[in-house]
Write a protein that binds this ligand. Sequence first.
Ligand code: CTP
Ligand code: CA
Length: 228
Amino acid sequence: ALASTAPQDLAGRRILVTAGGTREPLDPVRFIGNRSSGKQGVALARAAADRGGEVTLIVANLDDGVLEPLSPGIAVQHVSTTLELQEATLLAAGTADLIIMAAAVADYRPQTVAAGKIKKETQGDTLELKLVKNPDILHELTGARHDGQVIVGFAAETEPDRDALLALGAAKAARKGVDYLVVNRVGWTETFGKDENVVIVLDATGRNVTEAEGSKSSVADRILDVVR
Ligand code: CTP
Ligand code: CA
């Protein structure tokens, strides 16, 4: 592989990135999931490694091919459910200088997981699912933040109005206790699985510190410029 030509401004920094979307099983063949492809999170890990960072990447259910070509210098861990992501993330967080929580985390999981396939025959014309809230990993991370550690959250919002979107982001940044929150608009056709993104980065106080638009790899570099 060619040596990186990027400035090595993250040399010596230990960076933890989560990417993809968690899935919560209902039975051995079904799950509740979300449409995150993992592309923006993987682009962040790549950009950070390219700039000399020592990167741990925890991935949940990436779209096919997103991790290829696998960059040397990125330690990848695979998880699927939110509880698995929680365990891996909290474990890796202890030694991280910078944590970027780009994964889309399922807020709820089925209260019980059926041991065998759920059959129509044993259900009526409607099927009710009981879901229980998952732990808020990001909130746990900021609660355990050590000196000098920078923690970055993501917020995917469907709010179409820009001012309302920014207000939602500012409230979320405060609620989560993050140093930065990367806000992006999502919808039926926006962002998910795409190679481009449009983001607004807010600081802990909800101030708009930068906006970036373009390929997910260029957006990753812009985010790292701000949060590193
Ligand atoms: N997050 C997390 N654990 C959860 C839910 C979310 O760590 N159980 C993280 C995500 O990885 C993301 C940030 O929190 O970095 C914001 O996620 P988001 O879903 O926008 O926020 P929520 O607090 O879940 O609020 P909402 O009701 O808008 O989904
Ligand atoms: Ca959520």
